[in-house]
Write a protein that binds this ligand. Structure first.
Ligand SMILES: [Zn+2]
Length: 485
């Protein structure tokens, strides 16, 4: 893979040698050196690799450790022993200098490693460009290495509720008696409501909304303004029973009820038709959502999901798909506002590298929340983020590490949610042209897991690689064994 711009070059050097995102001043300095041609990329590499911070770190490592540290810094995973030996032997025989290894590893990276590195570079770059030098944290995570269990989620919500700004209330319980919570921040006149994980096996949105709550409770000027102008209601993981079943699948259980559904086997996102009220005993989870919507009458409702992997019209991989209410009986003004909100999210995501928004192919079924709540007078958006295919692979027992991709997706959603909250807060959303929403590229064909990461992909890449084909195949075979069995 090639690095796409100077920011990626600088961030990749910080990752390789320092294991962290560039601090804002460092990034600006090195970008200036490169852009004004005061230093070549190689000179920047030498300067960072020979910095006291890097040499202090490298001095502690033997060649095996160094290879391992690069796999973690770049690809966010533990390498196989064959991979470690392959590179360590080349370092020790003198065929490869230590400062040549990072570039060689990037050149030889298989599809999933390339994706992980691209994800980390995007997250690092966004962080460096949005944090102040004073607030910069050397330990800022650049990946999401853990999905919270139900118990961990409740503990996190409890901790968040210690913030004065957050009110936590149990608003229902699942079929199996797990509590359903609503976390409310702010006292402003406009209301944004966000629901995640109606489908138990779609967990990334939950992680993103927890990050959003943390941000909203904080002391930044942006958060304070949002608390004064907005009321933000978050219901994370409204299908906790389904998520628990997905976790059982990941742990090896077979024959459990599809984690998509609630424990009565109900597709929760089919229970919202206001003209056919659903029995709350069968679907207490969506009953709790509808009750909160009735209570808060939000100006906008976001329904967050994970979908399988799709391409955009131009063949690139979609990260996110969006759609507004599409049932013909819904008030057109409400659809228009939802479209404006989609445009606001699209614009907010424009400043983030790991974003490729597409238009979800919506249908007019009244039972889904996007249409059902729309029929009931609420503007809604469906947000379908990539990630379901990866979660499905984990449930099938594939030993893969998606933490870099998950980190980049979670940040994308966070940026989109903060973006729409700010656009509602300032009123700028009302000035946007709803027709721009129709210019968001259509979601195109699905991409299978094998097509994305399988051996064909590895071989195709090997042909473009400066490494010897057979060497890359050797690594590819190793990776196939580790990932695809
Ligand atoms: Zn879903």
């Amino acid at each position: 893979m090639g690095l796409q711009n100077n920011a990626e070059i600088v961030q990749s050097l910080y990752l390789a040698y320092l294991g962290r995102a560039a601090d804002p001043e460092g990034l600006i300095y090195w970008l200036g050196q490169l852009e004004e041609e005061r230093a070549s990329a190689n000179q920047v590499k030498q300067a960072i690799a020979n910095s006291s911070e890097a040499t202090a770190h490298l001095a502690l490592l033997d060649s095996d450790d160094y290879v391992r540290s690069l796999y973690h810094h770049y690809f966010e995973r533990e390498p196989g022993s064959l991979e470690v030996n392959y590179w360590a032997e080349r370092l020790e025989s003198g065929n490869l200098a230590w400062d040549e290894l990072p570039d060689c590893m990037v050149d030889a990276a298989c599809a999933q490693d390339q994706e992980a590195l691209r994800a980390k570079l995007s997250v690092a770059n966004y962080y460096s460009q949005h944090v102040t030098q004073n607030d910069y944290d050397i330990k800022q995570p650049l990946a999401l290495d853990h999905l919270q269990s139900n118990e961990e989620l409740y503990a996190t919500l409890g901790r968040l509720a210690e913030h004065e700004a957050i009110t936590l209330e149990q608003v229902g319980e699942s079929v199996e008696g797990m509590p359903l919570y609503s976390a409310v921040v702010g006292t402003g006149p406009k209301t944004l409501m966000i629901v995640t994980q109606q489908h138990g096996d779609e967990p990334l949105g939950t992680e993103a909304v927890l990050g959003l709550l943390e941000y909203l409770a904080g002391e930044s000027a942006g958060a304070q303004t949002l608390r004064e102008t907005m009321t933000i209601v978050v219901m994370p993981r409204v299908n906790p029973d389904g998520f628990a079943r997905w976790q059982e699948q990941v742990a090896g259980s077979e024959g459990v009820l599809d984690p998509r559904y609630n424990s009565n086997g109900i597709e929760l996102n089919g229970t919202y038709d206001p003209n056919q009220p659903y029995d709350p005993d069968l679907a207490p989870e969506s009953a709790a959502v509808r009750q909160q919507v009735a209570h808060y009458r939000p100006d906008l409702f976001l329904d967050i999901h994970n979908q399988n992997t799709y391409r955009s019209e131009d063949g690139s991989l979609a990260t996110l798909s969006i759609m507004w209410p599409t049932n013909e009986n819904i008030d057109p003004a409400l659809i228009e506002f939802s479209q404006r909100a989609a445009v606001a999210i699209d614009q907010a995501l424009g400043e983030y590298d790991h974003d490729n928004l597409t238009r979800y192919p919506g249908n007019d079924v009244p039972g889904i929340s996007r249409n059902g709540l729309g029929l009931d007078g609420t503007a809604t958006l469906l947000l379908e983020q990539r990630g379901l295919q990866e979660m499905d692979q984990l449930a099938q027992g594939t030993e893969l590490d998606f933490s870099a991709l998950a980190g980049a997706l979670t940040l994308e959603l966070w940026i989109g949610m903060v973006g729409i909250a700010e656009a509602m807060s300032t009123g700028s959303v009302d000035t946007l042209d709803p027709l721009l929403a129709l210019q968001i590229p259509e979601r195109a064909e699905a991409v299978s897991f094998e097509a994305l990461y399988g051996s064909d992909q590895l071989l195709a890449f090997a042909e473009q690689s400066p490494m010897m084909l057979e060497e890359t195949q050797l690594l590819g075979i190793q990776q196939d064994e580790a990932w695809l069995i």
